[in-house]
Design a protein around this ligand. Sequence first.
Ligand SMILES: *Cc1c(COP(=O)(O)O)cnc(C)c1O
Length: 375
Amino acid sequence: MMAVGNLRNAQLIINLKAIYSNIKHAKERLDPDTALFQVIKADGYGHGAIAVAKVAERAGASGFCVAILDEALELRQAGITKPILVLGITDPELAQVAANQNISLTVGSSAWLNRAGQLLQNSQLDGKLNVHLALDTGMGRIGFQTADELEEALGVLKQHPSTMNFEGIFTHFATADSPDDSYFKFQYQNFQDFMAVVKNKPKYIHVANSATSLWHKVCGGNMIRLGISAYGLNPSGGEIAKLPYELQPALSFTTEIDFVKYVKKGRSIGYGATYTADSDQWIGTVPVGYADGVPRAMQGFSVLVDGHKCPIVGRVCMDQFMIRLPKNYSYGTKVTIIGKSGDLEITADDVADYLKTISYEVICGFSSRIRRKYL
Ligand SMILES: *Cc1c(COP(=O)(O)O)cnc(C)c1O
């Protein structure tokens, strides 16, 4: 793993109180018997999975979702004992590892169940493997595509009562963050058609990500998978502005000016000499770059210094980039890449808009070289 920059003044500042408040608000809108599983894949969307898990537990989360088995094991090693569901497909050869760590796995085919069932039969088990069946109602990613396929899988599960437990069933919406709900309704109808063949309901039925929980009825589910909105970001970017409660962004990114110079008109800045000063001007250098998750495409965007917007000039380098300053600022002056400075604010959505992506990609794109500081 890359060294963590503990001796460099550049940090992601994570406001755990904001995460607490966002989860608390989400939980308060649910029926008392609906569980909230906090999604902490990709190191808690870049915020630190273990720190987020701990605050989420205090805010009322009764379990966690991750993307891959390694992430689940990391949580178990950190002493997290609540249920954990792996949302992606895990190799059936690892079914025993998951069962023995009480980690629930997502399953999308009968072939998987047959293979895992065969392996588990011949294994030393501390407990049954909890499985959640994924229904592909229109996301087109993983899961059973028809009610017939689902029925077959339920049959396979019945053949392995001592090694596998049907713990959950779920689907994932592709357009829950869109103002147009026609495709959402189509998926929901498909979900109901699937559920008609499920005679014995599992403990958890879940369909809601953040967007579904904010803007749609939870469709008869009794668990939600809350992701981005716990981190204080709007799943739709700005597309649906109306929110049932205020989301508090938890992450800010600050660093400093670590070199300042006055350059004469005509001097160029950075690789490729893509920027040439059109007047005498102050240029500052900032000690983060694309290896930290500040992409080269950020050239031309701005950061905040002392309440001023300062453009990123020249190409972003691997470990540094340059900004144009309105005046001479001393070594160590704070630079805000995401967050507030004076009356101005740059949000993860502002960065995402500039990069033509979504806030999700921005926040989980910061590398392990940037230290995380918790408030
Ligand atoms: C990532 C993910 C979520 C969380 O989505 P958000 O939009 O961040 O709330 C929920 N369910 C599944 C299956 C996911 O992959």
